[in-house]
Structures are given as structure tokens and as C-alpha cells.
Write a protein that binds this ligand. Structure first.
Ligand code: ADP
Ligand code: MG
Length: 700
């Protein structure tokens, strides 16, 4: 164990009480952790101001001067101590204390040069500094800390315990003095030279004690790179290990199921992107390593047919396949679509959801265990222990962002060898984020929409425009089109949610009266069977309008529906809006999406509406979303916190991430076991990271 792994309480001046606080408040357990506790900002202490130079916008400043007078001024509420402070030009300002008078009076030396530091206040054209940091100039000159001063994150508990910034800085300095020699290089020479990085030791020193902006930037660059590099390295190793160790069933044959369907029943010709992706998947399935692939494709890009065709490859090799969807509606819809296909080629398919009856279940369980059932479509219900496949070879998860990683791996335990896994998502993930979250997966992209689609026209309208919107709906219905009206899901209150929706439904029923108009309604409090019934009425064209909450967000496919009205659109996130919009534009007709909001919009809401109106490109929308919300939110609660980066920023440091990934892949490609002596620093660091997980919290 290197001495840097020594528990923090052993560092001089820390002791058990403060150590406990450092641990609980800042996660600092060891010397090493302290070194990697990075400042969140810096104060420029390279500049000394003159009083005459101070401006209203000067924030924190330092000035050299003398206290020429000190007096206590009595006030109604307490008193204040005021010093007259004079700089080299003879200009004066006031230093003010509201407490601690005695100490100041006894300790401040008159007519001696001090460096004062702090925030300034302006009052009636006069400048003052309350509670300045004061240091004798002679002392100040001895210190290292004359460049940029590091400011560390703090908490209330720490301030109360007098664990100040100064104290942390002092501790850091001591740590370097005593143990600096133990800081070892963590990257290989070739990477350091390639990227012209400064050494680890220099980077750590300058991140805490930067002399100037330039050296600080280099220290940050080095540490950001290193952080991202080790994330990428671990993902890359995970992938290599998986490919080497986790065997999968090789699907070598393409036979009747695939060819039979492809040649005789394919309802349309595939786009080039679909063909390419099928080739990529086929190649993976044909090797004897387990496939773990993410399929990204914007809404409507045609992922379902890719899923189906590749399932047929499993069938052709004597294996079963399953397709898991996040909602019952979606699972049902997948089932209905695929059942038609299956019937044509004599494949057996079943649907298993929460509302499958016990009797039906029993039949399905048996058919799965005997191997007679080829394809199972369903919701989470599919993961239940009772569901046993005779030979599951391929599992597809649709709309992956709804599932946690745990659920993904649960599928593995259904068979001796893990099935090949394809995860499909319509929530485009910006490249940088995809690389960090799914760097261990292979990624396929359908980046082309089926031909003949007219881009959806998106409009932003205010509530006050309601009559105009109604008129528009009527015209579209007259043309034979169908319309969605979506209300936001209020997560805190299902009751409120319901009320909101039902009021909307009632007012729509008044404006669009029966029998001329038929309206469906679907919401979270309905039974699955009722939902299904209503969905069916809409899908078969029996109703003109579908009023719903976001239950229809995911995957639902009714090509004749060409208008999407989103009520209180400002309450939705960008990716959700994009998902909802994707429910229309699925047929040959011109489709519309109308975002209805109130007049009062926050800046972010405005940007969201503008983005939706400006583009249909899911990847562009995802980039904006990432900028607005940050990565944690974007991935939803399940994955938030995954990217708990110390110094790098997934949004701003995309370029560095790319470089880190390239370098990591290169290392792993040449030396997967990190055996070359030249890679020893990397191997050692990696081992340490894995042993002491708190150094960087991102280790999956
Ligand atoms: P998503 O990627 O959102 O799941 P779907 O698989 O539901 O998209 O496909 C959307 C619609 O496009 C469906 O109606 C499907 O039949 C149709 N489709 C898919 N691929 C093609 C294609 N190559 N040519 C024409 N239509 C297609
Ligand atoms: Mg889909």
C-alpha cells in the first residue's frame, strides 16, 4: 500500500474529529483523496489593486496598504469597528468588522503594510470591505500562494467546524511537502508525449497552487484527460473481456424463417441504414461471443423490422427470442404487428404482460419450456422467475432508457450462456454521452428515415389561440385524419393528473360533440384491458381524437394519425416532446405537431419550443437537451449519478473525451492485459482505481 492510501486522520493537524467531517462531507478518506479534491474556482491573487481602481463590478480584490486609524462606532443594533485603510497613492477606504472587535483591536498593527483581501461594498459612493482577510505583507511574500488562489467546495457543517478554505489549502501544502515524492505518474510516456501533457505530480500541484491561468489550464487539461481516459479504458476493457470471455451461441445459419420472410413477405424495401444495421447485428450473432449492442434510431426510423428480421436469425438456428417493451400498450402493439408476420411464416409468437390471465400464462410457460413457442413479446412480466425458456438465444429490449441496467442483466440468467442482447432506443443520445454510458456496448445507428416521409410541421401556439387550433383539428378530421391530444403527466399527483386530463377531455367533448366526432381517452388509472380497447378503437379509425397522457409517448404506431397537439407543452422535456411528436408523421400525409403553452415561459421553455419548431432531428434535439439539463437528468433517475465526474464536464469536454477514448482504445487494442512495462503506470493506476473506488466515483 502506497503511503498515499494512509487514512486522512493521520495527517498532521487533522485528527479524528475533522477526519470524520472530511469523510462524511467531502468523501476524503485518504491522502490520495485529498490530492484529488479539486477546487471549484480560483481567485486571481496575481493582481494588487489601488483603491482608485476599484469599480462597482470588482468582486474580490486584494490591496496593499496600512491601517492608519481604528475606531468603534456605536449603533442602535450593536456596534461596528471601522479601520481607515490607506494605499500607496494615499487613497483611503474603510475596513469594517461587525464582530470580533476585541481580537482585531488587539492584533492589528498600525502603520504596517498589510495585504487585505475580500469582497468590496459600495455605499453612497464610498468603498469598504467587510471582514477582510488580512496578512502582513512580509508574511504574504513568503507564501507560495501568490498566484491564483484555489477555492474548494464547502458545506455548512465544515464552516461551522472551522474547516476553512485556508485550512484546506494549508493541509494540501503540508501533504505535498511530506508526501509529494510519493505521487507517481499514472499515464504512459507515450501518451504524455503524444498529447504533450504535464506530469501527474505537476498537474496535482498546479491544480491546487496555480501560478497563473496558463499553467492552471494545463493542469486541468491533464486531469480532465486522465479522468475521462480511465473511464474509457475501463469500458474498453470490459468490452474486450466480454468478447473474450462471455461466449454466446453462434448463429451461423440463415434459413427458412429469415429467407422465407425476407423474400416473400417483407412489406417494404429496407432503407440502406436498416440493411447496414442488420448486417452489423448478423455479424455479431454469427460470432461465438455474446452480442451486446445498442441500436439507436430516431422515432419512425424503422427499428421494429430490424428487430424482427434479426429474431428470425435466432429461430433459424433453433433458438428462441424475446422482445421486451416498457409499456403494455407498446408490447401489445409489437405483438400484433409481429403476429401478422409470424403467421405468414409459421412461427409461434405469444404476448406476456401483467394482464395476461393465469390460464393463458400456464399455456405460454409450457410452450416456452417445450421450445414450441419461438418468440415471446412482453413487458417486465417477461423477467419473472416463472418464465423459463427452453433455449433463449436472443433478447431485444425496446426503448431502453426505461430499463435499469439490473433488469438488462436479469435476462442473462435465463439460460446457460447469456443470450445475445440488442437494446433499442429512440431517444437519441448525444455521442459524447453514449460513449461514456455505453462505451462497453457496440452501437448501431439507423440514421435514415424510410422514404416518402414528409417532415412534420411543428408550430408553437399560445393557450389564447384555442379557437384557431380547434378549427385546424376540424379541418384535418374532415380530411379523414386522426388527432392526438396529450396532457402532461403530473408525477407528484396522479389525482391531479387525472383531473387535468378529464377536464381536457370534457372540454374537447363539448367542442367536438358526438355523433359527428368520436373521442378515445387513455390514462394511467385505466385497466390495461380498457386502455387496450380504447387504443384499438383509435388505431382502427373508429375514433377521431385520442386524448391521453404520456402513456402513448413510446412507440405507438397509428399511421393515419397526423396531428399531435401537446397541451402545456412547457411542462415537457425536450426528449419527451420529440418522442410525442414521433407518434405522427408515420403515414404519407403531411403531419403537424402543435405545442400549446401559456404566455409565461421560462427561458429554458422558450429554447425548448424554439428547438422543436426548428428541427426534426433527434440528435440535434438531444444535444440541446444535454446542454439545458446536464447529463444526469437526461438519462432519467436510473442512470443519474453515473457520470459523477470530478473535473471533466461531459458537455464541455466532448473533444477531450473523444481523445481519451481514442487513446484508451489504442492501449487496449495493443496491450489488452496491460503487460508491457511501458504501460505499467496505467496498469497500476487501474488497479488502484479498482481497489479504492472512491478515487473516482465512476466505476461501473
Ligand atoms: P421505430 O424506429 O420508431 O420503432 P417503427 O419500426 O415503428 O419505427 O417504424 C415506423 C413505421 O415505418 C412503421 O409503420 C413501419 O412499418 C414503417 N417502416 C419501417 N421501415 C420502413 C421502410 N424501409 N420503408 C417504409 N416503411 C417503413
Ligand atoms: Mg419502436
Amino acid at each position: 500500500m502506497s503511503s498515499l492510501q494512509t487514512p486522512i486522520e493521520y495527517l498532521k493537524g487533522v485528527g479524528p474529529h475533522r477526519a470524520a467531517l472530511l469523510k462524511s462531507e467531502l468523501g476524503i478518506h485518504t491522502y490520495q483523496d485529498l490530492l484529488h479534491f479539486f477546487p471549484n474556482r480560483y481567485l486571481d491573487r496575481t493582481k494588487y489593486y489601488q483603491v482608485s481602481e476599484l469599480r462597482a463590478e470588482s468582486a474580490e480584490v486584494q490591496i496593499i496598504g496600512k491601517v492608519i486609524q481604528l475606531q468603534e462606532i456605536k449603533q442602535k443594533r450593536g456596534s461596528r469597528l471601522v479601520a481607515t485603510f490607506q494605499d500607496a497613492q494615499g487613497s483611503v477606504m474603510e475596513l469594517i468588522w461587525f464582530r470580533g472587535h476585541k481580537w482585531v483591536q488587539e492584533n492589528i498593527k498600525r502603520n504596517t503594510l498589510y495585504v487585505i483581501f475580500g469582497k468590496i461594498n459600495w455605499f453612497n459612493g464610498k468603498v469598504s470591505m467587510p471582514h477582510p482577510d488580512m496578512e502582513l505583507l512580509t508574511e504574504h511574500q513568503k507564501k507560495i500562494n501568490t498566484g491564483l488562489q484555489a477555492i474548494y467546495p464547502s458545506t455548512e457543517k465544515l464552516s461551522k467546524a472551522k474547516i476553512s478554505n485556508k485550512w484546506i489549502s494549508g493541509l494540501m501544502e503540508l501533504l505535498f511537502k511530506l508526501y509529494g515524492k510519493h505521487i507517481t505518474e499514472s499515464l504512459s510516456n507515450s501518451i504524455i508525449e503524444d498529447l504533450q501533457l504535464i506530469s501527474k505530480k505537476a498537474a496535482l500541484w498546479y491544480i491546487h497552487f496555480p501560478k497563473n491561468q496558463e499553467i492552471l489550464a494545463r493542469a486541468q487539461q491533464r486531469l480532465k484527460f486522465e479522468e475521462l481516459f480511465y473511464i474509457q479504458l475501463q469500458l474498453a476493457r470490459k468490452k474486450v473481456l466480454r468478447q473474450a470471455k462471455i461466449k454466446g451461441y453462434p448463429f451461423e445459419n440463415l434459413a427458412e424463417y429469415f429467407h422465407g420472410f425476407y423474400e416473400n413477405h417483407l412489406p417494404f424495401s429496407l432503407t440502406n441504414a436498416q440493411k447496414r444495421v442488420i448486417r452489423e447485428i448478423r455479424k455479431d450473432l454469427g460470432s461465438n461471443a455474446q452480442m451486446n449492442r445498442l441500436l439507436q434510431g430516431d422515432v419512425g426510423s424503422g427499428k421494429t423490422i430490424v428487430a424482427f428480421l434479426t429474431m428470425l436469425i435466432a429461430l433459424d438456428n433453433g433458438f428462441q427470442a424475446c422482445l421486451m417493451a416498457p409499456t403494455e400498450i407498446l408490447a401489445t402493439q409489437h405483438y400484433q404487428g409481429l403476429k401478422e408476420f409470424c403467421d405468414k411464416i409459421g412461427a409461434n409468437i405469444a404476448l406476456l404482460t401483467g394482464s395476461t390471465t393465469t390460464k393463458e400464462r400456464r399455456v405460454i410457460h409450457e410452450a416456452l419450456e417445450s421450445g414450441e413457442m419461438h418468440i415471446l413479446v412482453g413487458t417486465h412480466a417477461l423477467l419473472e422467475d416463472k418464465v423459463k425458456f427452453s433455449n433463449l438465444g436472443y433478447a431485444i429490449i425496446d426503448e431502453q432508457h426505461r430499463f435499469g441496467v439490473k433488469q438488462r442483466s436479469k435476462l442473462w440468467h435465463k439460460n446457460e450462456l447469456p443470450p445475445h442482447i440488442l437494446v433499442m432506443t429512440a431517444t437519441p443520445i448525444p455521442r459524447t454521452l453514449a460513449m461514456s454510458l455505453y462505451g462497453d456496448l457496440d452501437i448501431s445507428m439507423i440514421d435514415e428515415l424510410p422514404p416518402g416521409r414528409k417532415p412534420i410541421k411543428t408550430l408553437h401556439k399560445f393557450d389564447s389561440n384555442r379557437l384557431g387550433i380547434q378549427g385546424f383539428i376540424k379541418t384535418e378530421i374532415k380530411k379523414g385524419r386522426q388527432v392526438y391530444v396529450v396532457f402532461p403527466l403530473i408525477e407528484e399527483s396522479e389525482a391531479l393528473d387525472y383531473k387535468n386530463l378529464m377536464e381536457g377531455y370534457e372540454s374537447l367533448s363539448r367542442d367536438f360533440p358526438m355523433p359527428e366526432y368520436q373521442i378515445s381517452v387513455v390514462h394511467g388509472q385505466m385497466s390495461a384491458a380498457d386502455k387496450e380497447y380504447e387504443m384499438q378503437r383509435f388505431a382502427s379509425g373508429k375514433t377521431n381524437i385520442m386524448v391521453a397522457t404520456t402513456v402513448i409517448e413510446v412507440g405507438v404506431n397509428v399511421p393515419n394519425a397526423s396531428v399531435m397537439i401537446i397541451e402545456s407543452a412547457e411542462r415537457f422535456g425536450l426528449s419527451q416532446l420529440h418522442q410525442l411528436r414521433g407518434r405522427v408523421g408515420r403515414g404519407a400525409e403531411q403531419s403537424y405537431c402543435i405545442l400549446v403553452t401559456s404566455h409565461k415561459l421560462s427561458n429554458d421553455s422558450k429554447i425548448r419550443m424554439e428547438t422543436m419548431v426548428a428541427t426534426n432531428d433527434g440528435f440535434k434535439i438531444a444535444e440541446v437537451d444535454l446542454k439545458l439539463r446536464g447529463p444526469g437528468d437526461l438519462m432519467g433517475t436510473q442512470q443519474s449519478g453515473v457520470l459523477n465526474l470530478r473535473i471533466a464536464d461531459i458537455v464541455k469536454d466532448g473533444a477531450t473525451l473523444q481523445i481519451a477514448r481514442t487513446q484508451a482504445l489504442k492501449v487496449i487494442d495493443i496491450d489488452p492485459e496491460l503487460e508491457y512495462p511501458a504501460n505499467a503506470p496505467i496498469r497500476n493506476t487501474l488497479e488502484q482505481l479498482q481497489r479504492f473506488k472512491n478515487i473516482w466515483s465512476y466505476i461501473s
